[in-house]
Write a protein that binds this ligand. Structure first.
Ligand SMILES: Nc1nc2c(ncn2[C@@H]2O[C@H](COP(=O)(O)OP(=O)(O)O)[C@@H](O)[C@H]2O)c(=O)[nH]1
Ligand SMILES: [Mg+2]
Length: 569
């Protein structure tokens, strides 16, 4: 059934909004926007599946004669009038006893409802309601009217010749005009003038009623002049048939569906689009490029002095590190890399992230979920930077210099051992040969010259590679510098990656939410049957023709006093 569909649509739209609200994508006001969409209908007052009566209500200010009109219809005093009104908060319902009222409007005080049952066939298919005074000083009265309003098919706007445009009633007419069928009664016509009727007609034309039905009645108890009362009763009766009620119902649901659809669409737009996220990602790239450049420049001197301190403090670290590395990978090099990320650097990062939020705002991406994600970056930046500095410094120190440098260094080291050994072997061999030969011929014995040359040979064989080895030793300071530089760069790029991840995660959330809203919209697309003016000419005259224009011009905060609607299964 159409009403059920409206209710389902309403529930799903609200559940969607709540979910989006909880994850920070929507504000309370956005949720209220959907919540305040009207989902209540006249049909839900009655048991579904049964033929329901047309719901007609007298609507208007205090003392215009609403209760008198109802009494006249009933042919008896069912509603209290004039001086005997102890409470103007009372709602009187005049209904055929065969009609089952299933539900009263939610939160409606039952003790404020007086139900007068009748057995008249004339009014068999009409449920008449005498509503509280709309202009009463008691604001609760107005709330009661608003509580009933969505359940009413036809509103009979009763005015007096003096007050045919009282503020409250008129505002409600403008705001809710399109949702109901309206009939206008100038009561107390015994005091009225034709010019007043004309003026009233003109006002109604402006409000969107092209040919309003205006009836003039005199509802005094005695000495009544002939009036349009019979016509009023007749007009209402002409609408109280299954076909017209169905038409009104279809139109009402269609309008509600459209409003709900619009509210959901508008709200879904507030969570940003794919393009806004693409732009946001680009803007972050720009922001981060500038910031990381600034950070690298600003921290350059720190890296240099750290590398110097490091080299000066522990020049023997290299061999030790080499040995200890495999067993103690957690051991920190003897330099405090934690000092690198100082307050200045943190402020630069904070500024960059703040800029990102400003950008998000200007891309109409809701900032709340972003704000919720960014503290993770702000809090972890120092740790990330330090980790990267450590790792990078460690691997730079493990392999200082370039590969070629390290090869030559190792080779010269080796030569400083091998060459003197080779020279000594040669000398040894010569000594042995000389000794052997001197046994055969004494003049062959090795002289002082040989000794000097041998010593020089051994010395040179050792000294040249040793000196080269010393000279070619890769600089620890340079290695530390390189390590720290690489570490900072990769630390900064970690911040970048993590921030992108957050943007990406938000984008996914946003896509999911949008997808869900699209699904809901699609599910209920086409369920809005035509809201065209009906074929019934009388009914056509009772409806506002251009609802949206009217509402746009005259939207008032009145409707905001709606409580969240009840939606029944
Ligand atoms: N002169 C005149 N008085 C009326 C007419 N209809 C009702 N009254 C009186 O106006 C007063 C208020 O009427 P009531 O029906 O209680 O107005 P309500 O507040 O709109 O329900 C009562 O004293 C009625 O007797 C009318 O057509 N002409
Ligand atoms: Mg009354």
């Amino acid at each position: 059934m159409a009403t059920d569909q409206l209710h389902q649509f309403y529930r799903q739209a609200n559940a969607w909004a709540q979910e989006a609200r909880q994850s920070g994508w929507l504000s309370e006001a956005d949720v209220e926007n959907i919540e305040s969409a009207e989902a209540r209908t006249p049909a839900e007052l009655f048991e579904s599946g049964t033929q329901r009566p047309l719901v007609v209500a007298f609507f208007g200010g205090t003392g215009v004669g609403k209760s008198s009109l109802l009494n006249r219809l009933a042919g008896q005093a069912v509603a209290r009038t004039g001086v005997e009104r102890p409470t103007s908060r009372e709602v009187t319902i005049y209904v055929h006893k065969s009609v089952q009222i299933q539900n009263l409007p939610e939160e409606f005080p039952v003790d404020k409802v007086k139900i007068a049952l009748h057995q008249e066939d004339n009014n068999h298919d009409i449920l008449w309601i005498d509503m509280p005074d709309i202009d009463s000083v008691d604001t609760r009265n107005r709330e009661l009217v608003l509580e009933w309003l969505p359940h009413i098919d036809v509103l009979i706007y009763v005015v007096s010749p003096e007050r045919y445009r009282d503020d409250r009633g008129w505002r409600l007419l403008l705001e809710h005009g399109h949702r109901h069928a309206w009939l206008f009664v100038i009561n107390q016509w015994d005091r009225g003038r034709e010019s007043q009727r004309e003026d009233f007609t003109r006002l109604l034309n402006e409000a969107g009623f092209k040919h309003p039905i205006i009836l003039c009645t005199d509802s005094r108890e005695k000495e009544r002049a002939p009036d349009d009362f019979e016509k009023l009763a007749q007009t209402i009766r002409s609408l109280a048939n299954a076909h017209t009620i169905k038409q009104l119902e279809t139109r009402g649901i269609s309008l509600r569906m459209q409003e709900l659809r619009k509210a959901l669409q508008q709200t879904a737009e507030k969570i940003g689009t794919d393009e806004s996220f693409t732009t946001l990602e680009q803007r972050w790239q720009e922001i981060w490029q500038a910031t990381s450049m600034e950070l690298e420049q600003g921290l350059a001197w720190k890296i240099e002095s750290m590398a110097e301190t490091f080299a000066a403090r522990d020049s023997s670290l290299l061999p030790r590190l080499k040995k200890t590395e495999p067993e103690q990978p957690q051991k920190k090099p003897a330099v405090d890399t934690g000092q690198m990320w100082d307050n200045w650097a943190q402020t630069r990062l904070d500024d960059a992230l703040d800029n990102l939020i400003v950008e998000a705002d200007s891309q109409t991406v809701p900032t709340a979920p972003l704000r919720a994600g960014l503290p993770e970056i702000r809090d972890n930046a120092r740790g990330w930077i330090e980790n990267h500095l450590q790792t990078s410094l460690r691997s730079a120190l493990l392999k200082p210099g370039t590969a070629l440098q390290r090869f030559i260094y190792r080779s010269t080291g080796l030569l400083a051992t091998l060459l003197p050994l080779a020279a000594l072997s040669w000398v040894g061999y010569r000594v042995f040969v000389g000794y052997y030969q001197s046994a055969l011929a004494p003049e062959q014995y090795l002289g002082i010259n040989f000794t000097t040359h041998s010593l020089l040979l051994v010395l040179t064989a050792w000294l040249i590679p040793w000196l080269a080895h010393r000279k070619l030793k890769p600089s620890l300071q340079k290695a530390a510098l390189r390590g720290l530089q690489t570490g900072l760069t990769s630390g900064l790029s970690e911040i970048d990656t993590q921030t992108r991840k957050i943007i990406e995660k938000l984008h996914q959330q946003q896509q999911q939410l949008r997808q869900n809203s699209e699904q809901i919209l699609q599910k209920y697309a086409g369920t809005e049957e035509s809201s065209q003016l009906p074929d019934n000419e009388t009914l056509a005259r009772m409806l506002v023709t251009e609802p949206d224009q009217n509402r746009a011009k005259t939207g008032t905060p009145e409707g905001k006093t709606h409580r969240p609607n009840r939606v029944t299964g």
